[in-house]
Write a protein that binds this ligand. Structure first.
Ligand SMILES: Nc1ncnc2c1ncn2[C@@H]1O[C@H](COP(=O)(O)OP(=O)(O)O)[C@@H](O)[C@H]1O
Ligand SMILES: [Mg+2]
Length: 298
């Protein structure tokens, strides 16, 4: 959306209600989609010590699509994302209230196995963080840890020794992450020798290797050059055919390009509006969201 389009034409902008210090309205975050929610978040509050980082956030995330989380720095996007697979458990000061449900399973319920949870809900970070190991070992690390590679199902089902199974799994994950063609002749080389964009696709492949259901990405392309960014964006759109992908980005053009629905968080850790991406960018209901997506602040 260009600056000129953002110019106010009050008579035509029927969606702009013109409040200056508007209150958040529940209907602005009431997004309807077909199918069941993959993740359901209800009344989520997060505190770091005495500071509240998220306030009463509720939203449903559909399967097999891209959900973008946008908003100015410090509005709680990363905090929200980390709540979904309980990465906030690692932050001592963090306290989480409310509920997160993954297809009927209470993510914060007693007896939830965090290793299993993070296998179902994988995560990719802003800075590519491959292990200082070979490309192959980066991919097979997770399946080995989960016992799926040498003793497990896959090897048994395929009736092969685990070298064959590993080779297949590594190739499949790298292909799915659009990296295989670039690295097929150097699978035993150290992953740290790859370019930043390749490392990020490797991290995505590593996440895919354990067969997740949801993939969380926190500004996955913000450390990359434009060409590497375009590859990650294409990949995200492809992954949405099979997974629920939740992407934090501060790049609004990126959110507009790759996502199906967009959630806008604003200062104070409130979810202000959530809806179809085209609607959020072209026809937002909240004045503050309109000001944000047209570049007036943030
Ligand atoms: N580990 C932490 N300890 C204390 N405060 C934190 C921590 N992480 C984030 N915060 C605070 O929570 C708020 C939201 O941060 P964050 O989720 O990182 O926002 P965003 O990703 O939208 O930039 C900010 O005020 C930030 O300073
Ligand atoms: Mg962040």
């Amino acid at each position: 959306m260009s600056e000129t389009e953002a110019t106010h034409e009050p008579d035509q902008r029927v969606t702009t209600i013109g409040e200056t210090s508007e209150r958040v309205r529940e209907e602005w975050t009431d997004y309807h989609f077909s199918g069941d929610a993959k993740l359901s978040i209800e009344d989520l509050d997060v505190y770091y010590g005495d500071e509240q980082a998220l306030q009463g956030v509720s939203l449903d995330i559909p399967d097999e699509s891209v959900t973008a989380l946008i908003g100015p720095s410090g509005c709680g996007k990363s905090t929200f994302l980390r709540c979904l697979n309980r990465m906030n458990d690692r932050i001592k000061a963090a306290r989480v209230d409310g509920s997160v449900t993954l297809e009927g399973t209470d993510v914060y319920g007693d007896g939830v196995n965090l290793v299993e949870l993070r296998k179902r809900i994988g995560m990719v970070f802003q800075e590519p963080n491959p292990f200082p190991k070979s490309i192959r070992d980066n991919i097979s690390y997770g399946p080995r840890k989960h016992g799926d590679l040498d003793t497990g199902l896959l090897a048994r089902l395929l009736g092969r020794d685990d070298t064959g199974a590993e080779r297949e799994l590594v190739e499949r994950a790298l292909r799915r992450a659009a990296l295989y063609d670039e690295v097929e002749n150097r699978l035993d080389d150290n992953a740290l020798g790859l370019s930043g964009g390749q490392q990020q696709r490797l991290c995505i492949a590593r996440c895919l290797a354990v067969d997740p259901e949801v993939i969380l990405m926190d500004e996955p392309a913000s450390a990359l050059d434009p060409i590497a960014t375009a590859k990650i964006e294409d990949l995200i759109e492809e992954l949405a055919e099979d997974y629920a992908v939740v992407v934090v980005t501060h790049n609004m053009q990126q959110a507009a390009r790759i996502s199906d629905q967009t959630a806008v968080f604003l200062t104070g850790g409130e979810l202000v509006e959530y809806g179809d991406t085209d609607q959020i960018f072209e026809n937002p209901q909240s004045q503050r969201v309109e000001d944000y997506v047209t570049g007036k602040f943030g």
